[in-house]
Design a protein around this ligand. Structure first.
Ligand code: M6R
Length: 608
């Protein structure tokens, strides 16, 4: 949700800032801007649209400077427009970029208008520049002013600022939004994500809430929430260039779909030994914790929540533990009753999703046995703040639509189900069966990628529709929901998912030749009932696209039956996800949408 970047170097900084913005475009891409010190003034360029528009503007204007800040925006307050694009300035002295939401902005804006400040945008962010200017005018240093604005503002923010009267430095403040420093040789950087500056340095400092920073090319000072100067740990991270480029693929989403066999292999690597899951894979002492678990509470958002819904079936059948699942954005507001020995499980690709992070923080003040996260980003807030962590090790996921993050989350959640069963010393045979099946999974997922040819064939008959219905039963209902989410998010086709048995309770009314019905039909205890549900669709002229081997006897007049590779039934939700991802991708390709950066969305949702 918005990407911010800052740099103080001895070389021309404009190009570095724009390159960093390109790598953070997944965080928002409705407008972009830059402010940099050029001799005695500040060059300020902004534009509506993607970072490449800003880049074109910079090629024309050729700004030159060594210290600057830049931003790519995902609009919260105020429409996407040049005037709402960051950086915002106050009296052409202070320039700021902001990620987050200032919750008390109406009250602060009123106060600043009374002090004579004029607002030129509809954003909540502009007031940060005016507030800084206000405190600087009270004869404060920039660091004092940064501390003072923190006392006034409520909400979430990562801020980078420059002052026209101090051409050597940039300043930072963080509260509930990701922000880190990158330490180079005689140069300093800051960004929302280490990816943005990973080709400039491999040394990072992850700032904490309440931190304020002053940084020049030669030195930096970090002050904590008590205004005390502090040292923060330096982390070395090697992010390979290959992991952040599209390589031979047209889109990141396509690359990430095809990376799934390797990503799943990385999730299980070093976590299964012999014929069982290894002990303490969630961290030292996790085995003792898991032995005590009587209930699980899952909180997550979007795709990650779908992973939790599938896993609830596994926790029940493999670990003998009941599970409660909540949208992270809803969880705190329902006054959750927390039974004794309940484990909180958060699931997040980015580890920075504000709703999930807030739910985790709330839960930590409640009576949980402990908190455990399934996360892809080791340095993220959720990974750092959880008691126990299992990293999915999927590698950077850049396409906004989650693909390999989901299948690796499912794999990690299966490891959790097995670990609980092992800690409780139950279901030894089932554990052996699933550990063996997990080892075979990457190869079977590779086979499912070969279905692409058949999916390309059916994509045109879905691409020309306005709606689609996804059906599944049991563990496949959340997979149907994930399939519908993928289709709507990248192709903008309205898609809904239903448990197939619910069809006759209402949605059957929607079935006609314009409603493609995509159904998941693995061999299972519910196969017969599911086939009857599909017959009901067929009888009403619906077009059926059926994935799975249980549909063998179903003859369809329009649509297609797609056979799936075989794998252990409990792992089939992972396998069946893959063709749905490819189908959405191929449909979106035909509709010519912006697949990696679909309209109105952003990858890392750091506002509540
Ligand atoms: O980073 P997270 O897993 O916490 O993100 C949660 C959702 O925002 C995310 O899964 C979203 O639904 C994806 N765009 C779906 O493809």
């Amino acid at each position: 949700m918005c990407g911010i970047i800052a740099a103080a170097t001895n070389r021309n900084v404009g190009k570095l800032l724009v390159q960093g913005l390109h790598k953070m475009e997944y965080r928002g891409y409705d407008s972009a801007g830059i402010a940099l010190h050029q001799e005695t003034s500040i060059v300020h360029l902004r534009c509506l649209g993607k970072v490449r528009r800003l880049e074109e503007k910079m090629i024309e204007e050729k700004p030159k400077g060594k210290v600057g800040i830049a931003h790519t925006r995902w609009a919260t307050h105020g429409e996407p427009s040049e005037v709402n694009a960051h950086p915002h300035s106050s009296k052409e002295r202070v320039y700021i970029v902001h990620n987050g939401i200032i919750e008390n902005y109406i009250e602060l804006k009123k106060e600043l208008i009374e002090y004579g400040y004029a607002f030129s945008s509809q954003t909540d962010s502009e007031l940060i520049a005016h507030l800084l200017d206000y405190f600087l005018n009270q004869k404060n240093t920039m660091i004092d002013a940064m501390h003072s604005i923190k006392e006034k503002m409520q909400g979430a923010y990562a801020i980078a600022a420059i002052d026209q009267e101090d051409s050597d430095s940039f300043y930072l403040a963080r509260n509930n939004s990701p922000l880190l420093l990158g330490v180079g040789s005689e140069e300093l950087f800051a960004a929302s994500d280490p990816l943005a500056i990973s080709d400039l340095t491999d040394k990072f400092i992850f700032l904490e809430d309440g931190d304020v920073v002053e940084a020049s090319s030669k030195a930096y000072k970090i002050y904590d929430k008590n205004k005390e100067e502090v040292q923060r740990e330096l982390t070395h991270l090697n992010i390979s260039a290959q992991a952040t480029s599209k390589g031979e693929y047209k889109h990141f989403m396509e690359k990430e779909i095809f990376e799934q066999p390797t990503a799943i292999l990385n999730t299980i690597d070093g976590r299964i030994g012999g014929e069982d899951v290894l002990e303490n894979i969630f961290g030292e002492g996790s085995n003792e914790l898991l032995a005590q678990v009587k209930r699980i509470q899952v909180v997550a958002c979007g795709t990650s929540l779908h992973a939790g819904r599938v896993a609830a079936n596994w926790f029940s059948s493999i670990s003998q533990v009941p599970t409660q699942i909540d949208y992270a954005s809803e969880y705190r507001y329902k006054n959750p009753y927390i039974d004794k020995n309940t484990l909180l499980v958060t699931i997040s690709q980015s580890g920075e999703t504000a709703d999930t992070l807030s739910a985790l923080r709330y839960a930590k003040s409640q009576n949980y046995l402990g908190s455990l996260t399934i996360c892809n980003v080791p340095t993220s807030s959720i990974a750092r703040e959880s008691d126990y962590v299992l990293l999915t090790n999927a590698g950077p996921e850049i396409g906004v639509a989650s693909t390999k993050a989901f299948t690796t989350q499912l794999t990690a959640l299966m490891l959790l189900a097995l670990s609980i069963a092992k800690a409780k010393d139950i279901n030894p045979k089932l554990r052996t069966r699933l550990a063996t099946a997990l080892r075979a999974l990457p190869e079977i997922v590779s086979q499912s990628l070969e279905l692409r040819g058949q999916l390309i064939e059916i994509a045109p008959s879905i691409a020309n529709k306005d709606n689609a219905l996804f059906l599944g039963r049991g563990m496949f209902y959340p997979i149907a929901k994930e399939g519908a989410l993928k289709l709507k998010e990248i192709s903008y086709i309205h898609a809904e998912a239903y448990p197939a048995g619910e069809l006759k309770h209402g949605p059957l009314a929607l079935i006609d030749e314009n409603m493609p019905v995509i159904a998941l039909a693995p061999e299972s205890d519910f196969a017969e009932k599911l086939i009857s549900n599909l017959e009901e669709v067929k009888a009403r002229g619906g077009t059926l696209y059926v994935f799975g081997n249980a549909a063998g006897d179903l003859s369809i007049d329009s649509g297609k039956l797609i056979n799936m590779p075989e794998c252990d039934f409990l792992l089939t939700p992972i396998l069946y996800t893959v063709p749905l991802q490819i189908l959405s991708y191929e449909v979106a390709l035909l509709r010519g949408t912006d697949i990696d950066q679909p309209r109105n969305l952003a990858k890392s949702v750091t506002v509540e």
